[in-house]
Design a protein around this ligand. Sequence first.
Ligand SMILES: *Cc1c(COP(=O)(O)O)cnc(C)c1O
Length: 390
Amino acid sequence: MQLAKRLEKIPPYLFAELNRKREELIAQGVDIINMAVGDPDKPTPASILQAMREAIDDAANHNYPPYQGTQEFREAVVRWMERRFGVRELNPNTEVVCSIGSKEAIHNTFLAFVEAGDYTLIPDPGYPVYRTSTIFAGGEPFTMPLKAENQFLPDLSIIPEEIARKAKMLWINYPNNPTGALATWELFAELVAFCRQYDILLCHDHAYSEMAYDGYKPPSILQIPGAKDVAIEFHSLSKSYNMTGWRIGFAVGNAYAISGLSQVKTNVDSGVFKAIQKAAIAAYSTDEAELKAVMSVYQNRRDIIVKGLQSLGWPIAPPKATLYVWVPVPAGYSSTEFATLLLDKCGILVPPGNGYGASGEGYFRIALTIADERLAEAIQRMQDSGIRYC
Ligand SMILES: *Cc1c(COP(=O)(O)O)cnc(C)c1O
């Protein structure tokens, strides 16, 4: 037996060493506070569960679903995109495809567009799939560093002309995982113009579209006039509605890109269980209150962590969106050294920033997906161990 060479090209799992340590500490009976995983800990809202229960009993939902998603689901998406973002006149038949969570659609879009020798422009730090899927497709990732001094937005002026010409796609993700950064209209408009100039597919991963605080409403790239000529956007119900296990999302935007993605999908998967599509329709028709209830839990946790870190000398502001707090490591430590220190001294598990790309060096990420008391205890343990930013 011999595994395919392409698997050798996938970067090694960067958390391997931390995980080994974690296992060791657990074996010694240490109570680990795991702030590493961005997986919502609360149940899916009741109205969505009810829609699922009803849909499960209907035999019409038991056979293969249409590849691109049910007509009803795609129409619900079009209505939601208009209501939520003011994006009008999307065609449910050509500009929307249902996906098995957004990770699947993200990966398959690389397969649809990238050939050997093609470049992709991807953010660093960023969601690891952009890099691995580029490699799976035989392409070359070109990383766009996201820097604090630039509000964690990409600087297009550093992209060499010849790379831009060889690039097939450019990926962004705002609100951003892992930095919590927000897009600006100026950036969106600049990206649309850049991708138009170089004939690049602009891909916006909008996994955190509903996960914002303090009244902020993340915009869609499709709100930029003419964006649909070059852009598609990936949405997911996973994080916003505590539905990570359900596996449903959609891609929306440029019809040519949607048809390419759909062609890959038709040959690889057989759609999303129709009952789950019904549940997603219910999610998109829930009232604001339900989403607010989900977000108020995270907002409270965010405030516990940010205030706690501030009390230990960290110069950080509360993020306006996402499930994450992106935290600089104190002077004298690398990301990995500081994450190791937190694990050894405090039993706190966090991913080091360089796990999200080289430009994540100097940071670590806290996920707000554990109970308030545990977050407060993490701060207490840091204080007791004398860990401070300065
Ligand atoms: C969680 C996440 C996704 C994938 O979520 P799905 O569960 O596959 O919908 C995609 N992009 C980013 C940035 C994420 O954090």
